[in-house]
Ligand binder design. Structure first.
Ligand SMILES: NC(=O)c1ccc[n+]([C@@H]2O[C@H](COP(=O)([O-])OP(=O)(O)OC[C@H]3O[C@@H](n4cnc5c(N)ncnc54)[C@H](OP(=O)(O)O)[C@@H]3O)[C@@H](O)[C@H]2O)c1
Length: 296
């Protein structure tokens, strides 16, 4: 209890009595950056973690324009640096006293046909999109258990409900996250902890450009799927990508909701994809996907 009081009661806390604390991973761009600012605008103190503090400028500018820079504490965390995660979370609890909301957001996409992917490329995808979310969640859970409250929000994807062509590893990592989170939610409900999956469709962020890792065989031209891959890439470029602010606003609403659902699909395309998957016989569905993505 003494140790808990030193860490949870947090003599160094800068928090006011009513201020809740959120921790976001991958805050340097896209959904993580916007979510950090939205949570701060909603009165949270936000610990905005990113793997490279040299990339904090966009967040600093967005926070300053929104007038919430004072609400945000930027810290370094590479979520695949598993050994550093427990000490990182302990330092957050020591300095801010508690963690009310964890947003597991950091992620990227490995692209390439399933046949071509090397096992190490698939493992790399799982390290960030699945195991890192598990590790950060496990590090935060003792604090939430002690508080008897907390929201754990996983940024999953429609790709976690619907296998997507040429991102099988990405889909698999998000399916894993979906299953793990469903189980976790049932285990921690009785502790007052809410686990939520946010499942976006296509939104305009760096995940389509800077944060796509192409499988080696797609890059070096040895893939037997090369021609189909190029046709598909053109079709994917044309997919409409929406403004990610709606995802950030949704996450901020969930963070304030005392009784959130397990799943929140976001984006018209995500709703349509899931509806088609459920409504159409699977064989019709896959023909439609092949036609739209030009992979037949
Ligand atoms: N945009 C979409 O269409 C879409 C759809 C469904 C789901 N999602 C999910 O949304 C989440 C955020 O992606 P985004 O769309 O906002 O893309 P993004 O702009 O590329 O942002 C990804 C963020 O994750 C960070 N990141 C990657 N690996 C990391 C690591 N090892 N440690 C710490 N941070 C790391 C990146 O940091 P750096 O800046 O250092 O690269 C970046 O801040 C992901 O989980 C993604 O799967 C996105």
């Amino acid at each position: 209890m003494g140790l808990y009081c030193a860490t949870i009661c947090g003599t160094k806390s800068h928090m006011t009595a009513s201020e809740k604390v959120a921790l976001v991973t991958g805050s340097s761009s896209g959904i993580g950056l916007l979510t950090t600012v939205e949570l701060a605008k909603n009165g949270f103190k936000v610990v905005a973690s990113m793997r490279d503090l040299g990339r904090r400028e966009r967040l600093d500018q967005a926070a300053a324009s929104a007038g919430v820079a004072g609400q945000i504490d930027v810290r370094q965390l590479d979520v695949t640096n598993f050994d550093a995660i427990p000490a990182f979370v302990q330092s957050v609890v020591r300095d801010h006293g508690r963690v009310d909301v964890l947003v597991n957001n950091a992620g990227f996409a490995v692209a390439g046909f399933a046949e071509d992917m090397k096992l190490e490329e698939i493992r790399t995808q799982f390290e960030t999109n699945f195991f890192a979310h598990v590790a950060v969640t496990q590090a935060v859970l003792p604090t939430m258990r002690h508080q008897h409250s907390g929201h754990i929000i996983m940024v999953s994807s429609i790709a976690g409900l619907h296998g997507s062509v040429s991102v099988s590893s990405y889909s698999a990592s998000k399916f894993a996250l979906e299953g793990w989170s469903e189980s976790l939610r049932m285990e921690v409900n009785a502790l007052g902890i809410k686990v939520v999956l946010v499942e976006p469709g296509s939104f305009q962020t760096d995940i389509w450009t800077r944060n796509v890792m192409m499988g080696q065989k797609a890059v070096d031209g040895t893939s037997p799927n090369r021609a189909r891959g190029e046709r598909m890439r053109d079709a994917i470029q044309k997919i409409r990508k929406r403004d990610p602010i709606v995802v950030a606003q949704l996450i901020a609403r969930i963070a304030r909701d005392p009784n959130p659902r397990l799943r929140y699909l976001v984006g018209q395309d995500a709703h349509i994809q899931l509806w088609l998957k459920r409504a159409l016989p699977w064989k019709w569905h896959e023909k439609l996907v092949a036609k739209v993505l030009k992979i037949d």
